[in-house]
Design a protein around this ligand. Sequence first.
Ligand SMILES: Cc1cc2nc3c(=O)[nH]c(=O)nc-3n(C[C@H](O)[C@H](O)[C@H](O)COP(=O)(O)OP(=O)(O)OC[C@H]3O[C@@H](n4cnc5c(N)ncnc54)[C@H](O)[C@@H]3O)c2cc1C
Length: 492
Amino acid sequence: MPEPDAGVLAARPDLVRRLRAAVPDGVVAEEDALRPYETDALTAYRQVPLVVVLPASTAQVAAVLRVCRDMGVKVVPRGAGTSLSGGALPLADGIVLGLSRLNRILEIDYENRTVTCQPGVTNLGISNAVAARGFYYAPDPSSQIACTIGGNIAENSGGVHCLKYGLTTNNVLGIEFVTMDGEVIRLGGKHLDPEGYDLMGVLTGSEGLLGVVTEVTVRILPRPETARAVLLGFPSNEQAGDTVAAVIAAGIIPGGMEMMDGFAIRAAEDFVHAGYPVEVESLLIVELDGPGAEVDHLVERVVEIARARGAVTVKASTSEEERLRFWAGRKAAFPAMGRISPDYLCMDGTIPRRELPRVLAAMRDMEKEFGLRVANVFHAGDGNLHPLILYDANNPGELERAEAFGAAILRLCVAVGGVLTGEHGVGVEKRDLMGEQFTKADLDQQQRLKCAFDPKGLLNPGKVFPVLHRCAELGRLHVHAGRLPFPDIPRF
Ligand SMILES: Cc1cc2nc3c(=O)[nH]c(=O)nc-3n(C[C@H](O)[C@H](O)[C@H](O)COP(=O)(O)OP(=O)(O)OC[C@H]3O[C@@H](n4cnc5c(N)ncnc54)[C@H](O)[C@@H]3O)c2cc1C
C-alpha cells in the first residue's frame, strides 16, 4: 500500500465533524472502537481505519460519499467482513463505510418470486425470510450465516448449489447503488433482462470499486420437492475427477458436486463424524434434486457412472437427516483444519474440470517444494478449487512461504486454462497476480471502466489492480503526437 496521504490524516478532525453531520449516530472515531474493523477474514493483513461510518439509509450513504469526495478521502465499503481476499481491508487514510445497519427486508413478492432488501441483510436471512412459504435464495456461500447480500454482489459469490442454480450474478435482478459523487442509480428491477448495457453485470463482482450497493432485488426459488446426496469414495483423485467430468458429460446437472481429498476427508470425519469413508483418497458428494422419481433415477445413473470409474464406496442418503449429515462434514471442513493447524490460507482458483487430476497431483509435489501441507475441499462441478494451505504464523517465514505456495497454485490454475478466482474475489490477496492472467492492455481497459465510475480513484483503492493509474494518465494513452484523436468531441 502507498504511504498514507498526510493531508487527509491532518484533516481528520474536520472529516469527523462533517461525517457526524451526515450520520449523527453512526460515526466511530475512537481508537479502541476502530480495532474490530482492522481486518476481514484474510486476517494476515491488518490496518486500523481512519474512521468508521455506519449509515442507516441510502441518503446517509450518499451524504457520506459526498463528504469524502469533497475532502479527497478514500472509502472502503464493508458488509460483514468475511472476505477471504482482503476486499474489506481498511486503509490508514480512508474511512470504512459499514453497511450493517442497512439490514431490512423491504418487500417479499411471491407472485414475481423476488425479495427486495437492504445490502446488510445476510445471505441466509433472505432464505429464512421466505422459508415458511417453501422458498429459498439459491447461491449459498459457506459463510451464508454471516455474509451480507451486498458483499455477495461485490464478490459475485457462489456456493455448493451454484453449479445448477448459478452464482450471485445469475440471481440478482435489480440493484440500487450510490456513486462516489453521491448519485443514486437504479439498475434492473423485478424483470429479466435489464435494458441497455449490462451495468448490473459490471457492478456484480466489482469488489466495491465502482459504487456502494444500497438495495438489492433477488430471485427466490421454490425448494426442490426432494434432494438426495450420494457419497462416492475413490482410491485416487484421478478417478473422482473423471467421474465429475463423466456426470456432466452425461447431461446430469447435480444440485451440488463437491470433492474432498484424503487429508480433508479424515480431518472432517474426526471432527463431525459424518459417516465418511476414511480409507479412500478422494470423496465426491453429489446432490441430486427435483421431483422424487427423477431424483431416484439420477442417483442410480450417477452411481453407475462412479462404479464404472472405480468408486469403492457408494452411499446414497435415504432420509433428510442422513443427507444433512453427509453435508455436515463438507461444511465443517474449514473449521476441521483449524483443529489441526493454527493458521491456514484458503485459496480460490478455477480450472477446466478435466484438469482436476493433473492440478491436484501437481499440488502434492508443491507440498514438498514449499514444505507445507495442503488440504483440498472444493466445488468440483465448477472446477473451483479451494486449497487450504496450513501454516503457523508464529514460525518466522511460514506465512510468506504459504503465500508463495498459494501464488504458485494460482499461476498453475491460469497455466492450465483457468482463472485466478472463482468466488472470493481478487482483493489484495491476488492483486499482484493479475498480470499472470491479463495483459497490460486488458488491465488498462478494465481501469477505464473504473475511471468512468470513480475518476478520482477513491473507492476501495489498493484492491484488484496491481498498479492503479491516475485516470488522466489512462486518458492520455491513446493521444498521439499531442493531438486528440477526435478533436471535435469536447473533453472535460
Ligand atoms: C468460513 C468462510 C467461508 C466462505 N465460503 C465462501 C463460499 O462458499 N463462497 C463464496 O463465494 N465466498 C465464501 N466466503 C467469502 C465471503 O464470505 C464472501 O466473499 C462474501 O460475499 C463476503 O460478504 P461480506 O458481507 O462479508 O463482505 P465484506 O467481506 O465486508 O466485503 C467484501 C467486498 O465487498 C465490498 N462490499 C461489501 N458490501 C458492499 C456494498 N454494499 N456495496 C459495495 N461493495 C461492498 C467490500 O468493499 C469488499 O471489497 C467465505 C468466507 C469465510 C470466512
